[in-house]
Ligand binder design. Structure first.
Ligand code: IPD
Length: 273
């Protein structure tokens, strides 16, 4: 099993780097896009091309593997997680940034076996940031091992989150309430515009915690293992175990900070993936 995970990782990494060139061809923005669930939920031709490149390459090498891809699911495909090796793909996480040319977009690719993340790759080709993790082998940024900050206290925490890609009023109310709480209690708030890159910042130790409601499995599958392999924790925002299909995430540099934030956060329960 260990050997095959190494092989899965190497094949995936090559494909992600190749697909990154598609993103790099549009560093100044990609002004042609379509709308998905609402007018701030965007998709471009590049999202679809990157997903096709990854699914095409991985399924050729590993024909029995399963896939959960953002654009395939958007087009009516199944979002089904079994114990089989399953690649969970966000071809361009931060599509809004990509459309505008704001340089924080990435490919996020996670591999789950027995419903647990064993490989995570988050690649921002524009800023040349490659985050990688394999189960039991640590987390890396451009080949250098990274660790969470180990901050234990919200009063000293820099927290990442997002305002999201939904116009749902109930959800937006919760977003504002939580922003207010974090601004009042923490060191500050940052929103990179990509859920996966926010989680990568926690793994890197640049941010101390990240939470979001309404994300999907493809936004967080790679970030989950990256943060855990960097020494952090990834849980449900109410304090229970992390559930990749729940559309809820809280990760932090320490269990103490995660527990404190879980008590503070106003909760929101979107429909599951
Ligand atoms: C979105 C981004 C955004 C987050 C949303 C995600 P996409 O992913 O990660 O920052 O707030 O929840 O859906 O649509 O750009 O792949």
């Amino acid at each position: 099993m260990g050997d095959s995970i190494d092989e899965y990782f190497e094949v995936a990494l090559d494909l992600v780097k190749t697909a990154g060139n598609l993103i790099n061809d549009h560093v100044s923005g990609c002004k042609t896009f379509e709308l998905k669930s609402c007018d701030i939920d965007l998709v471009t031709e590049i999202d679809k091309k990157v997903e096709d490149t990854l699914i095409g390459g991985l399924s050729k090498k590993f024909p029995t593997h399963k896939f959960i891809g953002e654009e395939t699911v958007s087009a009516g495909g199944k979002c089904e997680l079994t114990d089989e090796p399953t690649w969970v793909i966000d071809p361009v996480d931060g599509t809004m940034n990509f459309v505008h040319g704001f340089p924080h977009s990435c490919i996020s690719l996670g591999l789950l076996i027995n419903k647990e993340s064993v490989v995570g790759i988050i690649y921002n080709p524009i800023l040349n940031q490659l985050f990688t993790a394999q189960k039991g082998k640590g987390a890396f940024c451009n080949g250098r091992q990274i660790h969470v900050s180990q901050t234990k206290d919200i009063s000293k925490a820099l927290v990442t989150t997002e305002t999201g890609t939904s116009r749902d009023e109930e959800k937006q109310k919760v977003v504002f309430q939580n922003l207010q709480l974090m601004i009042a209690k923490g060191h500050g708030i940052r929103c990179l515009g990509s859920a996966a890159l926010n989680m990568a910042m926690v793994a890197l130790g640049g941010a101390d915690a990240n939470y979001e409601f309404g994300i999907h499995a493809w936004d967080i599958a790679a970030g989950d293992i990256l943060v855990r392999e960097a020494g952090g924790v990834c849980i449900d925002p109410a304090g229970g175990p992390f559930d990749v299909l729940s559309r809820r995430v809280l990760c932090a540099s320490s269990p103490e900070l995660a527990a404190e934030m879980a008590k503070l956060l106003v909760q929101f329960y979107p429909e599951r993936d």
